[in-house]
Design a protein around this ligand. Structure first.
Ligand SMILES: C[S@@+](CC[C@H](N)C(=O)[O-])C[C@H]1O[C@@H](n2cnc3c(N)ncnc32)[C@H](O)[C@@H]1O
Length: 189
């Protein structure tokens, strides 16, 4: 897989334009029912920082991304905030968090990589920590602009997360087309 799309200046600028109206406000509202205000939250794949700005209203947020192109922009635009250079698969940090959030990031991982990520998320979370992740709903995988899109279903997500997380909410929602997405909120077992 060619994952340069999120890593070069030109394609990052293209992505920021394409995604300018996309945000996870609805997801963050759902998360607020399970994760108390002011909790310490890690965002995986903060990208342009749209969800980061919304999360900040409710939580103490640490942003992260694996793309230095995005990270440099995030740091430039949010001088008072903290950002980590993290790959979602390995999540190499010693820090602990009350919650972990991502919006349309983990579809770029194969199921095997997602299993590794889930085990690291367990390590990074405090007791009863809460995760909130969104996915594209469907079966199989495809490439979009050279990036892997690994679709998930209700069943596949229960299978992947159920061993380590109590599923608090697993719902379909609409990003672009009716019911094209899934949100999963879970609590560390
Ligand atoms: C669809 S964007 C997320 C947008 C973000 N939710 C927002 O509010 O703007 C996906 C982001 O995930 C990041 N990403 C993709 N694969 C990743 C990985 N393996 N580890 C960390 N970040 C990753 C990309 O660099 C990009 O910033």
């Amino acid at each position: 897989m060619n994952d340069n799309y999120y890593k070069t200046k030109k394609s990052v600028e293209e992505y920021i334009k394409l995604a300018k109206d996309v945000h996870g406000e609805e997801l963050i509202e759902k998360l607020s029912h399970f994760l108390p205000s002011n909790s310490l939250l890690l965002e995986i794949g903060s990208g342009p920082g749209t969800d980061f700005q919304i999360l900040k209203k409710e939580y103490r947020v640490v942003g992260s991304d694996y793309s230095t192109e995005f990270l440099n922009r995030l740091i430039r635009n949010n001088a008072k905030d903290e950002f980590l250079n993290l790959d979602a698969i390995t999540l190499r940090t010693q820090r602990k968090f009350d919650g972990i959030f991502s919006n349309k990031v983990l579809q770029h991982l194969t199921d095997e990589e997602l299993r590794r990520s889930i085990l690291r998320q367990v390590d990074l979370l405090n007791d009863s920590g809460v995760i909130c992740h969104s996915f594209w709903k469907g079966k199989g995988e495809e490439l979009f602009k050279g990036l892997l899109v690994n679709y998930q279903t209700d069943e596949s997500l229960r299978d992947l997360f159920g061993r380590n997380f109590e599923i608090l909410l697993l719902e379909e929602y609409t990003e672009f087309e009716d019911g094209d997405s899934l949100i999963l909120i879970g609590k560390k077992k």
